[in-house]
Design a binder for this molecule. Structure first.
Ligand code: NAI
Length: 248
């Protein structure tokens, strides 16, 4: 198997991260799985390692501990004997209307989805520039293109991640480093199971399969699934916010 498949995956203990770990292990990747629930992660790593005969390890990580989110890059590289890619997937969602007294929720969402992701991506970029190759993958969201009423903090974190990745792409693509900015619509996971409406929702297995395809093809930008979001998200982003607020 090619040595270009040693990846760190954050937020691998549930939802998309867990399904993606299963999908990538099946495709021959060596992985470091990182999240807070280390006992669940160890069980998953052991299961996948036994099943696929790959090097799959679990490391504890809270991405809001920014020093730890930076240090995990070196730890993953050491554990796998080198690092070819990082998938910034860890994320949370907390709904609340602006002005309802939930600033702390917004702060936590931004620290997890944006600052925590940047901490790892920045350190990985440094390593990849030194070694002359690498792949930076970020899970943003359609909510990073269209403001989701009732989820301003979440949308802000994903708009921020989109802006960060677009800028990063412009800085590193001619230096041997690939960037993949992936924007899921609705994928069935614990993150959104309480939502009243999940238009065009797909299963987590299908979502992980599509995401793994984009990672393998090193797609620079993709909605997940492509249909209908590649058409709908740009259209929705042109709607006046007053209309979005009325209908969503
Ligand atoms: P999930 O709730 O099932 O999984 C999130 C993962 O992130 C879990 O492993 C959790 O432990 C981990 N995590 C949360 N906070 C963390 C922290 N401080 N440190 C380390 N790990 C942490 O959610 P899901 O749906 O799998 O989400 C994965 C990513 O995909 C998130 O970034 C989310 O915003 C994004 N996304 C998901 C969509 C969906 O429809 N499920 C749609 C658009 C984007």
């Amino acid at each position: 198997m090619s040595q270009a498949k040693r990846y760190l995956l954050t937020g691998a203990s549930s939802g998309i991260g867990e399904a993606l770990a299963r999908e990538l292990a099946n495709r021959g990747y060596d992985l470091v799985l990182a999240a807070r629930r280390i006992d669940d992660l160890k069980l998953l790593a052991e299961e996948l390692s036994n099943k696929h005969g790959r090097k799959i390890l679990a490391l504890p990580l809270d991405v809001t501990d920014f020093a730890a989110a930076q240090a995990i890059i070196g730890q993953a590289s050491e554990a796998l004997g080198g690092l070819d890619g990082v998938i910034a997937n860890a994320g949370i969602a907390m709904s609340s209307k602006v002005g309802s007294g939930h600033f702390d929720n917004d702060k936590r969402v931004i620290e997890t989805n944006l600052t925590g992701a940047i901490a790892s991506l920045d350190t990985a970029t440094r390593l990849f520039l030194q070694q002359g190759h690498g792949h930076l993958v970020a899970l943003a969201s359609v909510a990073g293109k269209v403001g989701l009423p009732g989820n301003a903090g979440y949308s802000a974190s994903k708009f921020g991640l989109v802006g960060y990745m677009r800028t990063l792409q412009s800085e590193v693509t001619r230096k041997g480093i690939d960037c993949s900015l992936l924007l899921p619509g609705f994928i069935d996971t614990p993150l959104n199971r309480d939502m009243k409406s999940r238009p065009f929702v797909i299963s987590v297995e299908r979502g992980a399969e599509l995401i793994a395809d984009h990672i393998e093809n090193r797609r620079s930008f993709a909605y997940v699934p492509g249909w209908p979001w590649a058409l709908l998200a740009p259209l929705l982003s042109l709607l006046p916010p007053s209309l979005l607020g009325k209908y969503f």
